[in-house]
Design a binder for this molecule. Structure first.
Ligand SMILES: Nc1ncnc2c1ncn2[C@@H]1O[C@H](COP(=O)(O)OP(=O)(O)OP(=O)(O)O)[C@@H](O)[C@H]1O
Length: 243
């Protein structure tokens, strides 16, 4: 069976600048893939192409076999996407925003209410359910973003820095949540936190200057006597020095 995320020779150019350069990889059900790279490496742009927010210059991306450009509605149905930053509609309360998302996802009546409650339970948002999003702390805003990504229980999750801004307890809870969901889903998470890769990822992809430099299980990346952090620095520093 085909992988749930399939990326083939994906490229994005902004004018003369190539942000994502001929990237190919796939993610199977049960895999949690950590997408690592220095600032500006092309992680968010790759994720935005998967989510249909940026149109590729070349190459293809498929979610559950559906091409994100040719069949965007079907591809999005199977995808939960957490963008970087805070959710939009800052003046809405958490509950109103999630009900709005449930409606967009096609849920009505009791089922819509249940989806919202489940998403709030999973991300521990019940305590702030009636608070406007703009009044929440950064970590809570991040969890609202996570709740909208999980609401329709999609088989594919693309999460752009899911633990950014969370305190250590919240980080731990989100990692536990990812671990619990992992067996049934294909999950791609970008992160700058290398310990997160060890904690939750079954595979790590290192990208720099838009190119994939490594793709293997974290344990295979870290060589004897060399931490994942050293391997990351060795791999990603070299092209920058040469540039
Ligand atoms: N709309 C755009 N127009 C021009 N350049 C862009 C645009 N979007 C992204 N870029 C550039 O593409 C490169 C890759 O950006 P991207 O946000 O994908 O990196 P990233 O790996 O997610 O970085 P970070 O870890 O800092 O979030 C950067 O140099 C960025 O400035």
């Amino acid at each position: 069976m085909a992988a749930l995320i399939e990326i083939e020779r994906l490229t994005k150019r902004f004018g003369a600048f190539t942000a994502v350069d001929d990237v190919s990889f796939s993610v199977d059900r049960g895999e949690v893939v950590g997408f690592l790279g220095p600032n500006g490496a092309g992680k968010s742009t790759t994720m935005k192409m998967l989510a249909g927010f940026v149109t590729p210059s070349a190459g293809t991306a498929r979610i559950c076999g559906k091409d994100v450009v040719d069949d965007p509605v079907a591809a999005k149905r199977s995808l939960g996407y957490l963008p970087e930053g805070a959710p939009t509609y800052p003046e809405m309360t958490v509950t109103a925003f999630l009900k709005f998302v449930a409606r967009i996802r096609g849920y009505r009546g009791i089922e819509a209410g249940e989806r919202v409650e489940d998403a709030m339970d999973l991300t521990q948002l019940q305590g702030v359910r009636l608070q406007p999003i703009e009044t929440l702390s950064k970590g809570f805003k991040r969890r609202v973003g996570l709740a909208q990504a999980l609401l329709h229980d999609p088989p594919v999750l693309v999460l752009d820095e899911p633990t950014d801004g969370l305190d250590p307890n919240q980080k731990h809870e989100v990692r536990e949540l990812i671990r619990r969901m992992a067996p049934d889903k294909a999950i791609l998470i970008s992160t700058h936190i290398l310990e997160e890769v060890d904690a939750v990822c079954t595979r790590a992809i290192i990208i720099a200057h838009g190119k994939v430099l490594a793709d293997s299980p974290p344990s295979a990346l870290a060589k004897p006597g060399k931490s994942l952090e050293q391997v990351f620095r060795d791999l990603t520093a070299r092209p920058a020095e040469a540039a």
